[in-house]
Design a protein around this ligand. Structure first.
Ligand code: SAM
Length: 373
């Protein structure tokens, strides 16, 4: 039973209706599919069973979104109802490898390196109904966007390295499985050093065993355990790792608060070599529906528009007019690229702030004195 406070009590009939009609219908459809699908079966794409699983999920997503739209002024109620929705549907949804991993979060959050590897491989690890659910989760817009995001950053890296001369140092923040470095080309006569930074030791073991060992001559990938939050302090980062020509982060920013991002971006701007590039990927909330992630998978990101993200970069001292924005092939992911060159990063440290505060005081007092005249 939903524990309601005063504000949620008034909504209770809507909640009861949601569970007795929409959720009950979804559970009925899942139970029916489960009874028809061999428990050891692998999923057959585009089969009748696949189409019916898609239809059941889509109908449920519509119902959840409608409930959320109708109660957007009551986030606590939505949170409670989401939790109960997942509890009631878990016997079926958790047969999916993806839903099970997203719900249980063995690494503490849903988007860990193993989840990413499965998305990149288009894997459907479960069997029976779970395999069909995996197939559907593999193909929702955001899963396609995650694959597009990885390809876009790979393209960026190759192009940027080709446009530069000499040796290059790259910092990959929250590198996860580093799949963008598979089948990596050789850059003849040049040294490409990549510090692959993540705070998950298992992800680092994976890249040590799977990615670092298959790189061509000249490229070195150094898996490094480090918390991205520490990148706020550029002096410490530079002391430990030096400066970089390219710093990028893909798949982390959507999990961090504005305040955390402002600190990190500001620190990273100072960690770039002259002419260096900072590349950060964000999801564009206006280009996808977060409903199946939040309701069915319990997988949450900060929802930001392009304007929201640009505001964060402004706050971190970047001249957003000089930034390049590119979208992945799904249109959902935006890469924000800024350079360490004159006019691209403004100084916003305390010296600068106190100067502008003084300027403001002076202009105010001159207005005051004019008014007194
Ligand atoms: C969604 S994955 C993205 C991985 C990779 N960049 C990619 O796109 O395939 C997010 C990664 O961020 C790492 N991560 C989360 N919080 C972190 C932190 N505070 N410092 C360093 N890494 C972090 C996780 O361990 C995970 O590997």
């Amino acid at each position: 039973m939903i524990q309601s406070n005063d504000s949620t009590t008034s909504k209770l009939p809507a909640v009861l209706e949601f569970f007795s009609q929409d959720v009950a219908e979804f559970k009925k459809q899942l139970a029916q599919l489960e009874s028809e699908i061999d428990k050891d079966a692998t999923a057959v794409p585009n089969s009748d069973l696949h189409k019916r699983t898609i239809a059941a999920l889509e109908q449920s997503v519509i119902a959840c979104r409608k409930f959320e739209d109708e109660h957007e002024d009551n986030p606590e109620l939505i949170k409670e109802v989401q939790a109960r929705f997942r509890e009631e549907t878990a016997p079926w949804l958790e047969q999916s490898w993806f839903a099970n991993r997203a719900h249980t979060k063995p690494s503490g959050f849903a988007g860990d390196y193993e989840m990413l590897v499965k998305i990149y491989e288009g894997a459907t690890p479960a069997r029976g109904l779970g395999a069909y659910l995996d197939l559907c989760f593999m193909d929702i817009p955001l899963a396609n966007a995650v694959r597009g995001r990885k390809d876009m950053v790979r393209e960026y890296l190759e192009k940027d390295i080709a446009n530069r001369t000499g040796d290059i140092r790259i910092l990959d923040i929250a590198c996860g499985p580093c799949r963008e470095f598979l089948d990596w080309p050789e850059f003849a006569g040049r040294s490409i050093e990549v510090i692959a930074m993540d705070n998950d030791p298992v992800a680092l073991e994976y890249i040590e065993a799977t990615v670092a060992t298959q790189l061509p001559k000249g490229t070195t990938l150094i898996p490094t355990r480090y918390n991205a939050m520490r990148a706020k302090k550029s002096e410490a980062t530079i002391k430990k790792f030096g400066k970089f020509d390219i710093i990028y982060s893909v798949g982390l920013a959507d999990y961090l608060t504005d305040e955390q991002l402002v600190g990190i971006f500001s620190g990273l701007g100072e960690t770039l070599n002259e002419g260096g590039a900072l590349v950060i990927a964000f999801k564009d909330t206006e280009r996808y529906d977060e409903t199946p992630y939040q309701w069915h998978l319990d997988w949450f990101f900060y929802q930001r528009t392009v304007e929201d993200v640009l505001h964060i970069f402004e706050e971190a001292g970047f001249n957003t007019e000089k930034m390049d924005l590119t979208r992945d092939r799904s249109g959902i992911i935006v890469n924000y690229v800024s350079h360490q060159s004159p006019g691209c990063i403004r100084r916003i440290d305390s010296a600068e702030l106190s100067r502008s505060a003084r300027a403001k005081r002076k202009s105010t007092s001159s207005v005051d004195s004019q008014q007194q005249d």
